[in-house]
Ligand binder design. Structure first.
Ligand code: PHE
Ligand code: ZN
Length: 874
């Protein structure tokens, strides 16, 4: 629905418990050609927690055509209820009663992908956050938990598979269906009370990969993974990941699965990554399908972590859920922390941590420092869809991680045991979570809780002195103002640290000989002292122990010491980043030459390359430059073309200066045969990076080499990797390779997404015209969120020198895309709209051009998009 009127603001402070509870829900979903009939029978009870004894029942509903309504079996006359503005009010209802509604909906026309919709010939649902109200009238809020019984009916031939939450309990033929050519039904019962956002159903003709898992207590769980028939061979990795996740949650959190069956369905049209519906997870195909021929190593890793994430929600989210949507991070922050730790245990911990931090720093920090900044637990919203943010997810995970750090692993586990036991079957708050941490540890975390309510990235400044054998480290904190929050209070910040001697060895910090410690910064400024034999190089914020910006005036020797010797993977990587950022700053601000800067860094980088064989994935991380977006964020005003020139020149210099090393790596890391393990993935990663530098440097023969790599690739990582390097550097054979690729993969949607993305990522203004042309490519679909993200999302979020092309063409294309999308899928439009958040940081002419383009879109924008644009436009 399009409406430009200022949407209602919902406030945390206004929270009231629900007026009526719904202990039981019976749904009958009758899927017909062109429409679906939903009959809902709700058992309702006035909530004893509401002593104001409300007499009217208010239900939520959108895009529903109400066909009939009855109370305790008697049809209700129109005078007994009113339907307006997405609400159904039934007047003067009794304490306890049964309400039955019949509604008609049109899933075939649903392009917003919320509620019940059709995707590639199947029907599926997405109810979080407020999609259930598009299926039937219901109190659509997470603190109303109900036991669901669901019957799904459809044509047997086209929809042989009818799924919902819980266990299947009955099925049969429809009498009328016998003549019509076979309609059938299946009834599912979910024994666990759940909020309606966890409801799901699927009807389709899908292939299934089956396996089982036996829980610690001996329950055998059937594992069913569904996808389109052609994708059956892409489900193995998800199955392996699922079983690992189930075992991990038992081992690390003592959490077992609780139903007889766990199902995952892969869906092409999906707004987000995946959804944790009870017993019936629904996944974006991009987050579950994987095959070496079509899927990159990075995507393999993503599948493993998303499968685990959704599985972990069964406890952190489903068994214990959120009281209201302000508490979203209660389930998301915690579950992201859980999936990050799982990935760390399954792969290289140091590499996973750096990747997670890199993501946070490059994406959540800018969010927290711009017009869209909000606390981990927001205090108000217009559309909750707009708050599925990096702050709620990624910063929320860091906030849980800090509690883990403060309590230690043992007490943290005791606290989560208490949390799961005490709140099982309830809808609770972030405060309830922290209260368990406090109770178990005996610590007062009231100061810590500001992390939930205070927005913005804290800046921690460190200064040190070494006098007469005493090293003093003074830490100060400051959080800059964010929209609506001018004054900030000090936070409780755990700073893990070590102090290295000139050879890079950690010094003993106390009589016990500990070489690492955590100091807690709670006030604006504090000093910590250590008696030491020499002046140390501080290794600060080890493991990224708090989501803060650390300022310390490292000199180059110190950074080189850290890069060469620090045992902490994060600090090594951070040292490399600091070296790159300062080299780039000298090029950008002082106009120094890229070659000159490269020469200064060269010994340090050669050191990394010499040790690359120890851990190729880590070496690849250390040798990867910050993105142009990240570089741009450090210079004001933001001038993307200038940043691009500097970054490009530096990378070319790096490609040339270390050409022999890159060649050697490209050859020595080549594997005779494809292997899927972590070691092989690490090697491929470093090898593709080496090729990227050779491509940038246009090294002798590199175009031929890349064409061969592309042609003979043993897996998609190599194939798309080689293609990307050819295309982004405009090397010989790039266009032919693009054509061949599209021809070869035209039937593989997820591969075609990569084809679009590779082209949208080419730096420079010419990409705007290419993107525009691609918008009319027959394979481009506005209704397919993955495709939109691949083309437009890549351009807007990953290619600043194209998006902010000097002639404003990128801005106009963006505005056009937003308008088109908003009419189809407001959630996706709003999410894409976030890409304009740097508006005020841009060089003035660029900022004006973007503002003009967006102001036009604001008129007639959906509530979702309007909320985002209003914040950005100010
Ligand atoms: N709850 C999902 C997850 O993070 C994300 C999601 C939100 C999916 C809203 C769809 C809609 O696991
Ligand atoms: Zn989640």
């Amino acid at each position: 629905m399009r409406d430009g009127s200022p949407a209602n603001v919902t406030r945390l402070a206004d929270y009231l418990p629900p007026a009526y509870l719904v202990p039981r829900t019976h749904l009958d979903v009758d899927i017909r050609d062109g429409h679906t009939l939903v009959t809902a029978t709700l058992t309702l009870e006035r909530n004893p927690a509401r002593d104001d004894r409300p007499e009217d029942l208010v239900l939520d509903g959108e895009h529903l055509e109400l066909l009939s309504l009855s109370l305790d079996g008697a049809s209700l006359p129109a005078s007994r209820y009113r339907e307006a503005d997405g609400r159904l009010t039934v007047f003067a209802v009794p304490e306890c009663f049964e309400l039955t509604s019949v509604v008609r909906i049109e899933p075939e026309k649903n392009t917003a992908l919320e509620g019940l919709y059709r995707s590639n010939g199947m029907y599926c649902t997405q109810c979080e956050a407020e999609g259930f109200r598009r299926i039937t009238w219901f109190p659509d809020r997470p603190d109303v938990l109900s036991r669901f019984t669901t019957t799904v009916r459809a044509d047997r031939e086209h929809y042989p598979l009818l799924l919902s939450n819980g266990n299947p309990v009955a099925s049969g033929e429809e009498p009328e269906g016998k003549e019509e050519g076979g309609r059938h039904w299946v009834t599912w019962e979910d024994p666990f009370p759940k909020p309606c956002y966890l409801f799901a159903l699927v009807a389709g003709d899908l292939a299934c990969l089956k396996d089982t898992f036996t829980t610690t207590s001996g329950r055998e769980v059937a594992l069913h993974l569904y996808a389109e028939h052609r994708d059956l061979d892409k489900l193995d990795h998800a199955m392996v990941s699922l079983k690992k996740a189930m075992a991990w949650d038992e081992r690390v959190y003592g959490r077992e699965y609780d139903l007889d069956i766990f199902q995952i369905v892969a869906v092409s049209h999906f707004n987000m990554g995946a959804m944790e519906n009870k017993g019936l997870n629904i996944f974006n195909t991009a987050c579950v399908l994987a095959h070496p021929a079509t899927t990159t190593d990075a995507a393999f890793e993503r599948v493993e972590s998303v499968v685990a994430h959704e599985y972990f929600h069964n406890w952190s989210g489903n068994r214990v859920t959120c009281r209201d949507w302000f508490q979203l991070s209660l389930k998301e922050g915690f579950t992201v922390f859980r999936d990050q730790e799982f990935s760390s245990d399954m792969n290289s911990r140091a590499v996973v941590r750096v990747e997670n931090v890199n993501f946070l720093v490059n994406h959540q920090f800018p969010e927290d420092q711009g017009p869209l900044a909000h606390p981990v637990r927001p205090a108000q919203y217009q559309k909750i869809d707009n708050f599925y943010t990096l702050t709620v997810y990624e910063k929320g995970a860091e906030v849980v991680r800090m509690q883990h750090e403060l309590l230690g692993a043992r007490d943290f586990r005791r606290a989560t045991d208490l949390y799961f036991e005490r709140f099982d079957g309830q809808a609770v708050t972030c405060d309830d979570f922290v209260a368990c941490m406090e109770e178990v540890s005996g610590r007062d975390l009231s100061g810590f809780k500001r992390w939930y309510s205070q927005a913005g990235t804290p800046i921690v400044s460190a200064e040190d002195r070494y006098v007469d054998g005493l090293y003093s480290l003074t830490l100060s904190q400051h959080t800059p103002p964010t929209p609506g929050q001018a004054d900030k209070q000090p936070l409780m910040i755990p700073v893990k640290l070590a102090l290295l001697d000139p050879q890079g060895k950690p010094l003993a910090l106390n009589d016990q000989g500990d070489t690492e410690t955590v100091v807690i910064l709670e006030r604006a400024t504090q000093t910590f002292s250590f008696p030491l034999p020499v002046k140390p190089t501080p290794s600060l914020l080890r493991g990224f122990s708090a989501p803060v910006i650390l300022r310390y005036d490292f000199d180059e020797t110190q950074l080189q010491t850290l890069l060469a010797h620090d045992s902490d993977g994060f600090c090594r990587w951070d040292a490399a980043q600091r070296l790159y950022f300062s080299a780039l700053a000298r090029i950008i601000e002082q106009g120094e030459s890229a070659e000159q800067q490269l020469e200064r860094l060269r010994p340090a980088l050669e050191g990394v390359i010499r040790r690359a064989a120890e851990d190729p994935a880590q070496a690849a991380l250390l040798l990867t430059l910050p993105t142009e977006t990240a570089i741009g964020d450090r210079h004001s005003p933001l001038d993307p073309a200038r940043v691009h020139r500097a970054a490009h020149a530096f990378k070319v210099a790096l490609g040339r200066a270390l050409g022999e090393d890159w060649r050697r790596l490209a050859e020595s890391l080549r594997e005779p045969e494809y292997r899927a393990d972590g070691d092989a993935m690490g090697k491929r990663r470093l090898r593709m990076l080496a090729l990227a530098y050779l491509g940038l440097a246009e090294a002798d023969g590199i175009a031929d080499y890349l064409q061969r790599t592309f042609r003979d690739a043993a897996c998609m990582t190599e194939e798309i990797g080689a293609l990307g390097i050819l295309v982004s550097n405009g090397l010989d054979g790039a266009e032919t390779a693009l054509e061949q690729f599209a021809e070869r993969w035209r039937d593989e949607a997820l591969v075609m997404d990569q084809w679009f993305a590779v082209q949208a990522a080419v730096p420079g203004p010419a990409t705007v015209a290419r993107a525009k042309a691609l918008m009319s490519h027959p394979a481009f679909e506005w209704t397919l969120p993955n495709r939109v993200r691949a083309l437009i999302g890549t351009l807007v979020n990953g290619n600043p020198s194209a998006f902010h092309a000097e002639d404003g063409s990128g801005h106009r294309l963006f505005a056009e895309a937003l308008k088109t999308l908003d009419a189809i899928n407001p959630q996706i439009a709003a999410r894409l709209g976030n890409g304009a958040a740097r508006l005020d940081r841009l060089r003035e002419d660029l900022s004006t051009s973007l503002r003009t383009a967006l102001s036009e879109v604001r008129e007639g924008a959906s509530a979702n998009l309007a909320e985002v644009l209003d914040r950005i436009l100010g």
